[in-house]
Design a protein around this ligand. Structure first.
Ligand code: TYD
Ligand code: MG
Length: 465
């Protein structure tokens, strides 16, 4: 039965089909199915596996208790990066850094490489996308040219591994990018699932066996997935995403998966003329220019992992000329906005059915927390009523479908950050108030959304005098 048979593999999700199809049944993507050679494909194993079956070797079974050491780490000294990795790159682990093309992945990793090299670590940078001269040019721009980073422009995995094992073991290896590497053992074109998977596997095996930390760079499709090889995400120990909005200068490094640390941390950077600069106080970046004359802006006291971040939420509510009014959201969930609008209509008598609603999170930041509900509602009501909210007030709280405002976690930390940045007032759900007792912040407790609407409506109107 061992007749070489071609299989068809979806380049998006890795599903295998027996014949070509226009649409993948597994993930629903169109035109992603490509013919690939069976050996080495998904579900395939090392060549010859089906021939001459060998008897399995008996491995030792051990208990859960016993010696376990803290993962040894290589610390870059770039605080925003080390926070996201959970305290430095773990030796013998593989890490995937994903992001849109042009977002700054190569820049970030070159800076990390230079920082580590300055700290006396041996770093190898493998560039599969750019020629040596191009990488050198970037290194000069980043003032990293004088460091001991070793550079290689190579895309064949066997050649890369041979080079790496020929000299002293590096502490960190950067593969830029995984989509460009290819291995002799798989027959498909570079960039296909089979190639990327086989290449990643070989490099991860190298990481585990040698003890070097290996970073794989991966490009992300416009849908936000690491192009093609989602399989790589499962194989590596940690996945970081580097993201940013077009037209804005800052970039956020986010942990998506981390076997050695927390997954909700972010690192904030700003792209400048000579590379990425760390932003240690991101709130200042996302607050925008506050002014208490303009209606429709509310400051949200948010959290990212262990770090509080204040963000300005801007809303514009305007009478609509359309039969179905427009709902446009940047930086937040569309369904979540629909929910807040529905609760405002149903429980607070705020009529928005004839209005276009635009919602924007300042600075291209993205909020993932339901705690932003209250700030969004405040911004919407403020814009609709034309009454500006006080510029020194923060809002946080989750809104339930019944119109109640629910407390959220880390109230104390959110308030502390607000106070640090000069805010004097906070509007929050009632149970969050005990957290504020210690601080000199003027706290307004809100039990229901209707309560918030009444609170905004009763405030004296600000005039443009
Ligand atoms: P790059 O790191 O090449 O992105 P990626 O590897 O994710 O594709 O970054 C490319 C962008 O960054 C490019 O548009 C130029 C810009 N850039 C700066 O603004 N300043 C700098 O110092 C550098 C090196 C790049
Ligand atoms: Mg690059």
């Amino acid at each position: 039965m061992a007749k070489a048979k071609a299989t068809f593999i979806c380049q998006n999700c890795g599903a295998v089909t027996a014949r070509w199809q226009g649409r993948c049944d597994a993930c629903g993507e169109w035109n992603t199915i490509v013919e690939e050679n069976e050996t080495g494909g998904i579900g395939g194993g090392p060549a010859g596996m089906t021939r001459g079956r060998r008897k399995g070797r008996v491995a030792a079974l051990v208990g859960l208790s016993g010696e376990a050491e803290e993962a040894p780490r290589v610390v870059s000294g770039i605080a925003e990066l080390d926070r996201v990795t959970g305290g430095g790159f773990v030796r013998g682990s593989a890490l995937l850094v994903g992001g849109d093309p042009g977002i700054g992945k190569s820049t970030l990793l070159m800076q990390a490489a230079a920082a580590l090299a300055r700290g006396g670590h041996k770093v190898v940078y493998v560039s599969g996308e750019e020629a040596v001269a191009q990488v050198r040019l970037r290194a000069q721009r980043l003032k990293a040219a004088d460091t001991s980073v070793e550079l290689m422009a190579e895309t064949n995995v066997e050649d890369i591994l041979a080079t790496l094992t020929a000299s002293r073991r590096p502490d960190l290896v950067i593969i830029d990018s995984i989509q460009t590497v290819w291995t002799d053992i798989a027959e498909s074109a570079p960039g296909t699932v089979t190639q990327v998977r086989a290449g990643a596997q070989a490099l991860i095996r190298y990481a585990k066996s040698s003890g070097a930390a290996v970073i794989l760079v991966g490009h992300v499709t416009k849908e936000g997935q690491i192009a093609g090889p989602r399989v790589v995400e499962h194989m590596v120990d940690a996945v970081l995403y580097f993201e940013g909005e077009g037209g804005h200068h800052y970039r956020i490094l986010r942990t998506v998966k981390n076997r050695f640390g927390a997954t909700d941390e972010i690192g904030v950077f700003e792209m400048g003329d000579s590379g990425l600069r760390e932003v240690s106080n991101p709130s200042e970046l996302f607050l925008g220019e506050r002014n208490d004359k303009a209606p429709g802006a509310a400051v949200f006291g948010g959290m990212e992992g262990t770090r509080p971040i204040l963000v300005e939420i801007q809303a514009l509510v305007a009478p609509s000329a359309l039969g179905t009014p427009r709902r446009s959201v940047l930086g937040w969930d569309q369904p979540r906005l629909a929910m807040v609008l529905a609760v405002l209509e149903a429980h607070c008598g705020v009529r928005l059915g004839q209005h276009d609603v635009y919602l924007n999170v300042a600075g291209g930041y993205r909020i993932n927390e339901p705690a932003a509900d209250l700030a969004v509602a405040a911004a919407l009501v403020s814009s609709l009523s034309g009454k500006a909210l006080p510029a020194d007030c923060v809002y946080f709280g989750e809104i339930s479908l019944s119109g109640a405002v629910r407390p959220v976690a880390h109230g104390g930390q959110r308030l502390k950050e607000a106070q640090k940045l000069g805010f004097a007032r906070a509007v929050l759900p009632s149970a969050g108030a005990e957290a504020a007792a210690t601080r000199g912040l003027g706290v307004q407790e809100i039990e229901t959304l209707a309560h918030l609407v009444a609170h905004i409506a009763s405030a004296p109107a600000q005039t443009d005098a």
